[in-house]
Write a protein that binds this ligand. Sequence first.
Ligand SMILES: [Zn+2]
Length: 170
Amino acid sequence: MNKAIFLDRDGVINKPVLDLVSPEQFELLDGVPAAIKKINDSGYLAIIVTNQPVIAKGFVTTEGMDEIHRKMAQLLGNARIDKIYMCPHHPEKGFDGEVKELKIECGCRKPKPGMLLLAAADFDIDLKNSWLIGDSDTDIAAGKAAGCNTIFIPAEAKNLLEAVGRIINK
Ligand SMILES: [Zn+2]
């Protein structure tokens, strides 16, 4: 079986922005390429699990989000994200411009573990020997619900590089 380090995106990989909807708004946090390269070299998979309700809200399309992720890949250089799982849903209906079919109670929006369980099935991942690194209670809850180990930034590690160092150097 494989092992993974699941990564939240906003606030862990990139600087958090309210409604990040264009590549120009996407900036990496310090040390992130080195942290992800370290994951790549360790044999863990590097998998992003991200809630993106901005898609359900109609602020950006799935294609627009792909463009943001191409910018991310470009900024990461030779560090590689193995897969991005994204929840495009949002449960609260009744706003202008929303994408009605995405305004649902889904099984993938963190704190639910749906994206991690799907990844585990896709990549044959041993969840109890895998980790989730996040910066919110909902991230940590999703990781725990999937049976993973978790690291909360910045309470348990200052940033992604420090968190990854803790997992890999043990
Ligand atoms: Zn969802």
